[in-house]
Design a protein around this ligand. Structure first.
Ligand SMILES: *[C@@H]1O[C@H](CO)[C@@H](O)[C@H](O)[C@H]1NC(C)=O
Ligand SMILES: *[C@@H]1O[C@H](CO)[C@@H](O)[C@H](O)[C@H]1NC(C)=O
Ligand SMILES: *[C@@H]1O[C@H](CO)[C@@H](O)[C@H](O)[C@H]1NC(C)=O
Length: 306
């Protein structure tokens, strides 16, 4: 039963998404398959291509039942086909079918390689999926202008949402050839190739030095302004502090002078110190029991604050 059905499935519409809005039927068919498009009328049928091509291609044929048969559909078989009655003026279109040929993914777009000294970054974009979702990407590389075998870029199956991959263990100052393609359920898409030369180690050092120089110049100006502002603020603060300190220094200076002066009478007075009158002595914060003892050994001097 299945063996009997298989040719029928091949001969008739393989992927039929019937959307009969506006009398336009959508048909999607895999590349290389045979396609048969039925027409509602069976006799005196004429098929035309609406998009540009007036006549259907000679390799296509109209079957006995009026269907259009397209063997091994090609990419450029995509288009709108219409059938109508032959040899009848102003014949109504009986059926309109939009045929979409599903293919492996078309070549990737915007494929570029950004080499460093010993590694490179391969980037790409997806222009289309051919009608089926992309399953994965595959990327390879080899020394440029050689017939060396291609070296796979790990992982072998790059996930379908990736748009870049790194290539490691390259030699500096060397040109490499990279190639990449997408795969869907119909197979490998078209391959895109790019070339890229890794940087010289010396060149990279130069580059780093230039970058550093640039940064240095940039920093000098910024730092000059910043340091100027900070230094100016510090100088102002310093001057202000000095002025305040100068003012502060003058006022306490008076008290200290007075204290020094007070000491002198005390010392002078002590030699003639009278023990009897010691109670009358006005307690002086500078007086102590030591000084009088040293100055006058005959006197007993009571400690202050008695
Ligand atoms: C497609 O049609 C050709 C005739 O044009 C036939 O030889 C071939 O077997 C068909 N292929 C399939 C898969 O049916
Ligand atoms: C369609 O592609 C085939 C080859 O695959 C070619 O011979 C044919 O001329 C193309 N037709 C158009 C209209 O481009
Ligand atoms: C880089 O390679 C070029 C030739 O491709 C060569 O002339 C040059 O000397 C190399 N530079 C270094 C640093 O090896």
């Amino acid at each position: 039963m299945y063996k009997f059905l298989r040719p029928v499935v091949y001969f008739f519409i393989l992927f039929l998404v019937v959307v009969t809005g506006n009398n336009l039927t959508q048909v999607a068919v895999n590349l290389g398959r045979n396609l048969t498009i039925p027409c509602p009328i069976q006799r005196d049928v004429m098929w035309i291509r609406e998009d540009g091509e007036d006549q259907v291609h000679t390799r296509m044929s109209i079957l006995e039942d009026g269907s259009l048969f397209i063997p091994q559909v090609d990419r450029n078989d995509s288009g709108i086909y219409a059938c109508k009655r032959e040899n009848v003026a102003f014949s109504d279109v009986k059926a309109r079918v939009n045929v979409t040929v599903r293919t492996p993914p078309p070549a990737l777009v915007n494929v570029v390689v950004r080499p460093s000294t010993i590694l490179a970054l391969l980037l790409w974009d997806v222009g289309g999926d051919g009608g089926y979702p992309i399953i994965n990407f595959t990327a390879q590389y080899r020394l440029a202008y050689t017939n060396d075998s291609w070296i796979p870029i790990s992982p072998n199956h790059i996930t379908p949402n990736s748009r870049q991959i790194e290539v490691y263990k390259l030699l500096p100052n060397t040109t490499y050839q990279f190639r990449i393609w997408a795969t869907n359920q119909l197979g490998r898409g078209n391959i895109t190739e790019v070339y890229g030369k890794t940087l010289d180690v010396y060149m990279e050092q130069e580059l780093a030095r230039h970058l550093f120089e640039g940064a240095d110049k940039f920093d000098t100006r910024v730092w000059a302004v910043a340091v100027g502002i900070v230094m100016g603020t510090l100088i102002l603060l310093g001057l202000g502090t000095c002025f305040l300190l100068y003012q502060e220094c003058r006022t306490p200076g008076v008290t200290e002078e007075q204290e020094v002066i007070e000491l002198v009478p005390n010392i002078i007075l002590n030699p003639g110190f009278d023990p009897q009158n010691q109670n009358d002595q006005v307690p002086d914060e500078n007086s102590n029991s030591e000084t009088p003892l040293r100055l006058n050994n005959n006197t007993v001097v009571q400690p202050r604050n008695q």
